[in-house]
Design a protein around this ligand. Structure first.
Ligand code: NAP
Ligand code: GLV
Length: 307
């Protein structure tokens, strides 16, 4: 098969991806420009229009878990299946980041780091994990793994999804009507939703106001889930205690953006769960083999739902 690599990688990314893909896809013809025979496009934030005019295209395989940018490209051929990255190694990395954020908020680590910088010795009251409620929004690949990992540490975990789900040790809720009730109970909210028309700017002033006073907000999904000015206002007003943000409306976060220096914001550089070329290339290879053998493709995106 002829496999087009439409990825916005820089040289150091390619240095990792090229050998991993070559090893996982022996015998496939990997091309970086349309050779008129492309069967499969492997994409990572492809530039708009990159998938136009590929008459033989049978699969678009994303190296990213989130596919909102890909789906928004009018040049994405309508009938071609789109598969996204689903890799247990990535789920585990996300669960680690989510657990780190929850533990840090629960144990007051960010506050203690501030006090150290100020040379102040000021212990605060200690709270038990089972007295701390964590809401995980999105119970898909990432959310489910994170919710289970957090629950295993003794936290009370509420999970929220579009459709009803059952998860051992997690109190699950589904649908728009239940969101405010979930947020009102949570000491920490972890956002792991996909970015879709239904979740775009979900966290605006009205929604943030419904969160429990002094809650922590952890956004590991997409920057456009949040109205950044409204989040800053909620932090400045003291309604929210702390935000841990891995994703932003504009990435990289522009110099001088108020999040960089805000005392109640921790900034990560979109690094909560990076795709690991070693395991991800095998995920891609499995799907290409399924395509070749006429077996069902894995991890297909529901274009109508947007994830
Ligand atoms: P996923 O498996 O597709 O799961 C999405 C979850 O969100 C599902 O549980 C779904 O509910 C729920 N959901 C979607 N729309 C909803 C709505 N309107 N109301 C309530 N629940 C809704 O996605 P994933 O693999 O876990 O990834 C989630 C997101 O994480 C990605 O889209 C990406 O943006 C982000 N991400 C970030 C990083 C990073 O490094 N920061 C890395 C990877 C991914 P149902 O189960 O009912 O369908
Ligand atoms: C990273 O953010 C991804 O969607 O894979």
């Amino acid at each position: 098969m002829s496999v087009l690599l439409a990825c916005d990688f820089d040289t150091s990314d390619w240095a990792q991806w090229r050998p991993a893909l070559l090893q996982a896809l022996p015998g496939e013809r990997l091309v970086e420009a349309d050779d008129g025979e492309v069967d499969v496009a492997i994409v990572a934030n492809p530039s708009a229009g990159a998938l136009a005019g590929l008459p033989r295209l049978r699969l678009v395989q994303s190296l990213w878990a989130g596919v909102e940018r890909l789906l928004a490209d009018p040049a994405l051929p309508p009938g071609v299946p789109v598969a996204r990255m689903v890799d247990p190694a990535m789920n585990a990395a996300m669960a680690e980041t989510a657990l780190w954020a929850v533990l840090s908020l629960h144990r007051g680590s960010f506050r203690y780091a501030r006090l150290q910088r100020e040379g102040r010795w000021s212990p605060h009251a200690q709270r038990r994990a089972d007295e701390t409620t964590v809401a995980v929004l999105g119970l898909g690949q990432m959310g489910r793994t994170a919710a289970l990992r957090i629950a295993a540490q003794g936290y009370r975990v509420l999970g929220w999804s579009a459709r009803p789900q059952a998860l051992d040790g997690v109190e699950t809720h589904a649908g728009d009507a239940t969101l405010d009730g979930v947020l009102a109970q949570a000491d920490v909210v972890v956002n792991l939703l996909p970015l879709t028309p239904a979740t775009h700017r979900l966290f605006d002033a009205a929604r943030l106001a419904r969160m429990k006073p002094r809650a922590g907000f952890v956004n590991l999904a997409r920057g456009a889930h949040v109205v950044e000015a409204d989040l800053l206002a909620a932090l400045d007003a003291g309604h929210l205690r702390q935000a841990v943000l891995d994703v932003f409306a504009t990435e990289p976060l522009p110099p001088g953006h108020p999040f960089w220096s805000h005392p109640r914001v921790v900034v990560l550089p979109h690094a909560a769960a990076q795709t690991d070329p070693r395991s991800a290339a095998r995920v891609v290879a499995d799907n290409l083999r399924a395509l070749r053998d006429g077996r069902p493709l894995a991890h297909l995106v529901d274009r109508a739902r947007g994830y």
